[in-house]
Design a protein. Structure first.
Lengths: 279, 320
């Protein structure tokens, strides 16, 4: 079973491309923990705005920061935001979604209406409110993106969990006297895991995009910690002198998001062959 | 259908009410002392007390909330702390940029997405379909603000066809006017539309492909209706239901992207206003702008629900 999954995965072009791009992102982040060509925060004015060379592979910015090192270390930021924001959404959302599916009635109604309501607050609006009170920062961004993820996962978990609750084996488990939480842990969660994995991959990509936008606007990661969004903000002031500075960070964001989205699509096909046939 | 609409209207009003409580609670109650937040750590107690009086913070929260909501409904809003102008005036002025930009971007999105989505569906699993789907996958991955910067790089820096940003205004004085205004909004609208259209084209394509498999489409073709007539009369109308739903959901996305892209092109819209307000710690403006944007999102979702009822024949039939 496992063997055939791996073989099918390797034959799925978008999954392979997505996994390679995502792998690169993870490797870059891990590598940057132990090594980068230069310190990403070191200011080196005499060598500012240099083009690509064997010393500075992608050149330097207006303060002489090494662009390649900033990109490498900036990947940590994207991963941290993605993992924590998706973690918040997954943890709270799945809990609420499963609760709604198990309890039905007014609990389900309440959870779903709350989920509908949260959709009226896109991550940026939450970040604006939190940023206005507590000041901008990485945490503001993570919390805002995480909050927006909660209803996304709650809806998906509830929809898939309700379908599982209607199955005969759940009826059998109930007849055998198992309670709702035991059934949720033993039967519902394992059966909705694949849907959640696919959504987590796609939400991870959305979180990277949202973090980049927040950092670009100055509401996310603050200096000196490098982030791709802020690199773009700084590059915009140098468009005439060093246009390529505005290209590299955007490319890094786009390739990471593309990788995660392709991997998510691939996983959906691989984990749900019924859906794949219909597409 | 009327029951459906009535239910939706109730949800719409309830959502607005709860949203207003939340915005008020987060921006007025959560910080503890709003005047302190606005004036900073170094403010003297006298300055704080004077601002508290000016903003009416010495009144009980419930009264302040009631005052705020009734003011919003009547258009008598509080004065901005940094501009010393009623926020309604500030927002009305800035909406003259934001609303046309959002409308332009949405129109471009719909035209692009429907054309590409229907084309891809008609080429299902052929080269055209694969090409459109690959391009849309790329479009979804590109942040709209980065695409905006790339557009500036190409059209303002390299080709020097347009200026790198700014807005001349709609009136003929100061070199503004309709044409000049639209010119200034063209690149931002394209930057916004690309990402939105990429998502919507995929939805349109799957919806059309799905409907084309339905029995009633086969019946229409069997009774001799041409492919084109079947597409326009039967397929599109049914395929529009999921497309409309996604368009409604996308609007929230469009509004937030507009805020970001306005900052890229230095357009004096709502997005610039709110970021300047954050920089100035003008919580009065932040509160009213956030409420306005949430209300916009909720209103558009309500309008989509109404359209949904008009388009979906099943909902119409439920009245009979």
């Amino acid at each position: 079973m496992r063997d055939s999954f791996v073989r099918r995965a390797l034959r799925h072009p978008s999954f392979v491309v997505g996994a390679v791009l995502t792998g690169l992102l993870v490797v870059a982040a891990l590598l940057s923990l132990v090594w980068a060509p230069f310190s990403p925060t070191e200011i080196d004015i005499p060598h500012k705005l240099q083009g690509p060379s064997s010393t500075h592979w992608l050149g330097t910015d207006s303060l002489g920061h090494d662009i390649a090192s900033q990109l490498l270390v900036g990947s940590q930021n994207s991963i941290v935001v993605g993992v924590v924001a998706v973690g918040i959404g997954l943890g709270l959302g799945v809990l609420l979604g499963c609760l709604a599916a198990a309890r039905r009635g007014w609990v389900e109604e309440l959870v779903m209406r709350a989920a509908d309501f949260t959709f009226a607050f896109p991550a940026l609006l939450s970040a604006i409110m939190l940023g206005a009170i507590y000041g901008p920062g990485l945490m503001t961004g993570i919390v805002a993106i995480g909050i927006f993820n909660v209803p996304v996962f709650a809806r998906i978990a509830r929809g898939s969990a309700s379908a599982v609750w209607a199955r005969e084996y759940v009826l059998a488990a109930r007849a055998a006297g198992f309670g709702p939480w035991r059934i949720t842990l033993d039967h519902v969660l394992p059966n909705i895991a694949s849907v959640l994995i696919v959504q987590a991959t796609i939400s991870f990509a959305t979180a990277i995009l949202a973090e980049a936008a927040l950092s670009y606007l100055g509401l996310g990661t603050q200096p000196p910690q490098p982030s791709w969004g802020r690199m773009l903000n700084e590059a915009q002031t140098m468009l005439f002198q060093a246009p390529m500075l505005a290209v590299y960070p955007g490319l890094a964001i786009a390739l990471s998001v593309l990788g995660l989205n392709l991997m998510g699509d691939g996983l959906r096909d691989l984990l749900d062959p019924k859906l794949a046939r219909r597409r | 259908m009327s029951v459906f609409l009535l239910k939706r209207l109730m949800t719409f009003l309830a959502t607005l009410a709860v949203a207003s409580v939340l915005v008020f609670a987060v921006l007025e109650l959560l910080p503890g002392n709003v005047a302190q937040v606005m004036l900073g750590e170094t403010a003297t107690p006298e300055a704080i007390a004077s601002l508290e009086k000016k903003l009416g913070l010495d009144q009980p929260p419930l009264q302040r909330y009631g005052h705020w909501v009734s003011g919003l409904l009547q258009g008598h809003t509080a004065r901005s702390y940094s501009y010393d102008t009623p926020t309604a005036e500030l927002m009305a002025e800035r909406l003259q940029v934001t609303l046309p930009l959002a409308a332009l971007a949405m129109s471009l999105t719909v035209v692009l997405a429907l054309a590409l989505g229907i084309f891809a569906a008609s080429q299902h699993n052929r080269l055209g379909d694969v090409g459109v789907m690959a391009a849309s996958q790329l479009g979804i991955a590109i942040p709209s603000f980065w695409f905006a910067i790339l557009l500036i790089l190409l059209f303002a820096v390299k080709l020097q066809w347009v200026s790198a940003g700014g807005f001349p205004g709609w009136s003929e004085d100061n070199d503004g006017g309709l044409i000049e205004g639209l010119k200034a909004l063209a690149l931002p609208a394209v930057a916004l539309a690309l990402v939105q259209a990429a998502i919507l084209a995929r939805v349109t394509r799957s919806a059309v492909v799905e409907v084309m498999r339905e029995d009633f489409v086969r019946t229409a073709r069997a009774k001799g209706l041409s492919r084109r007539a079947t597409l326009w009369r039967h397929v599109l109308r049914n395929a529009m239901i999921p497309v409309l739903t996604v368009m409604g959901l996308q609007f929230a996305n469009l509004i937030t992207s507009t805020i970001v892209v306005e900052n890229v092109f230095v357009l004096p819209g709502i997005g610039r206003l709110v970021f300047q307000a954050i920089a100035n710690r003008d919580l009065v403006v932040v509160r009213d702008v956030v409420m306005l944007l949430v209300a916009l999102v909720v209103v558009v979702n309500f309008v989509v629900d109404v359209l949904y009822a008009l388009v979906d024949p099943r909902l119409k039939a439920s009245d009979a």
